[in-house]
Design a protein around this ligand. Structure first.
Ligand SMILES: [Zn+2]
Length: 531
């Protein structure tokens, strides 16, 4: 039995039972020696995270593409593999002071004596519109931070452990270090890497391998990443380019923080290099890597933008994009980076772990900028298509697990008419900050009508929507899982029927939900357990 692709789960378990005997006797009475059971753990694990998007935002981009329920990861694959779909909760721990009060003022952080969880409750969430988001109009210190940030969410996805906002793979007190799925994969002789459309040391890619009490210690985080055994570190954060493709003179040492500081960049680009990493930054370098032309053992790839690949571009010509502005031609797209990363990591015959983040969806959610939010999510969807195509060409769903999800929701996106605004109508009248804030949900002036999903206005058209806040929310996010080991999600489910009423139909989702810690559990079961 050398072809693992033909194993069914039942066949494998019976074979393992048989092979535990030194030998056996077949039905013809001849002594038969069985070879030791071949390892049937999952070879490759790929986690794709769209940062800051729930069901409504996901649907908005799918509707714009005209592909709701028809994306590559939402339909049965050519080999018959069926993608699984869930909702996912993602709450972080809230810190408490000595009297047991939740600390909502960041300045009180040194007074934290413990942490409590206030998770998503499918029964009470639908009682009150604001049940899943602190609204922008409440007194400053009143709302607790029931929503997670990307650091605590990334930590939960990568380690299965809840922590407080801001921490990267460390407990709420900042003392205990958590072991990540990338470390587990590398301890099992697999390679590992990370790709992001924002700065390479931003919270989500940081949570693949780094340990830090604060996500804001970018230079420390990046230096830990390049000192680790990760073979691929890709993202933006280039000090010599702005977000629109223009060369700039770096402003002080701060400009170098996202890639570890001036000295780290000097080492990476020196003749001897740093820790055996090839350093690439031009779009053509990324494209060559994706084409498989020139594949080094280890790569640090920093796209030529100081923040995001596309989301923050300015001053480019008008074009047929959702936002009406041409894309920055200086940088690769997420699909190109992802395939390049797969080409590097798959050189390890034992397999790999790869995290890919569409990082700027969240930034456009904060900005309540729906056209660019859609651009970012479409870029992420195209990256998923490229990854699926890579798996089906170079590997298979019998040996590869792909999980696609978000780390939290941003902006509290709802369908048009969910609430009636006293000012401005459902959508901001213009792009001024005043107009954007006025369009958000203000309970003292606005009237909540009913929960409405975003409305499909056809391919190429922006769906009907409203943004309730400029913050993260505790709203459910979708999760798809395809391939080897994905069945294990069934062990971790609860149910939210009301959510399925709103968003179930285009995705054939029945309301089953998992927590973000289950993502780590399923990935580690896949890597560790014989199936
Ligand atoms: Zn955010």
């Amino acid at each position: 039995m050398t072809d693992r692709k033909t194993h069914s789960i039942a066949l494998v378990s019976s074979f393992v039972l048989l092979s535990s005997c030194a030998s056996s006797v077949d039905s013809f009475g001849d002594a038969v020696s069985y070879e030791p059971a071949e390892s049937t753990t999952t070879k490759n694990v790929i986690l794709m995270v769209s940062d800051g998007i729930g069901f409504n935002g996901w649907l908005a981009a799918d509707y714009y593409q005209g592909r709701a329920g028809e994306q590559s990861y939402q339909v049965v694959r050519p080999d018959g593999t069926v993608p699984l779909v869930y909702g996912m909760t993602h709450d972080a721990l809230n810190l408490i002071d000595a009297s047991g009060e939740i600390i909502s003022d960041r300045e009180d952080l040194p007074n934290a004596v413990g942490a409590v969880e206030q998770g998503y409750d499918p029964l009470t969430r639908w009682d009150r519109f604001e049940g899943a988001f602190p609204n922008d109009f409440a007194p400053v210190n009143a709302p607790y931070t029931a929503y997670t940030d990307s650091a605590a969410a990334g930590t939960a996805l990568m380690t299965g452990r809840k922590t407080s906002n801001g921490r990267i793979n460390m407990d709420w007190s900042g003392k205990e270090r958590f072991r990540t799925i990338a470390q587990i994969a590398m301890d099992l002789d697999r390679s590992a890497g990370t790709v992001a459309s924002v700065m390479a040391s931003h919270a989500t890619p940081a949570s693949v391998i780094a340990h830090n009490v604060s996500r804001n210690n970018y230079a420390e985080i990046f230096n830990e990443m390049v000192s680790s055994e990760l073979d691929v570190i890709m993202g933006a954060g280039h000090p010599y380019y702005d977000a629109s493709g223009n060369a700039v003179e770096p402003e002080g040492d701060e400009a170098f923080q996202f890639i570890g500081g001036k000295e780290t960049l000097a080492a990476l680009t020196s003749d001897t290099g740093l820790n055996g990493f090839a350093f690439i930054d031009s779009r053509s370098d990324f494209e060559a890597l994706a084409s498989g032309a020139k594949v080094p053992e280890r790569v640090v790839g920093i796209a030529q933008s100081n923040s995001t690949l596309q989301a923050r571009r300015e001053g480019l010509p008008s074009s047929d994009t959702p936002s009406g502005m041409a894309f920055n031609a200086n940088v690769p797209d997420l699909a190109t980076m992802s395939v390049g990363a797969l080409n590097v990591l798959s050189q390890d015959n034992d397999g790999f772990f790869l995290m890919i983040e569409g990082g700027a969806v969240d930034w456009m959610g904060h900005a309540n900028n729906m056209p660019r939010f859609i651009e970012e999510q479409v870029d992420f969807n195209l990256a998923i298509d490229a990854v699926i195509s890579w798996v089906e060409t170079n590997s298979s769903w019998d040996e590869t697990l792909l999980i696609i999800t978000a780390d939290h929701e941003t902006g509290s996106i709802w369908g048009e008419g969910t609430w009636t605004n006293s000012v401005g109508g459902p959508v901001a009248l213009d792009a001024t900050e005043d107009a954007i804030i006025s369009a958000r949900y203000d309970p003292t002036e606005d009237i909540f009508n009913e929960f409405r999903a975003v409305q499909d206005r056809g391919a190429g058209n922006i769906p009907g929507y409203q943004f309730a806040t400029g913050n993260h929310s505790n709203e459910l996010v979708p999760l798809w899982a395809i391939g080897a080991g994905s069945d294990a999600f069934a062990e971790f489910t609860r149910t939210d029927l009301k959510a399925a009423e709103l968003w179930g139909e285009p995705y054939a989702w029945d309301g089953r939900i998992v927590d973000n810690t289950a993502v780590f559990s399923v990935m580690s079961l896949a890597l560790l357990d014989d199936r």
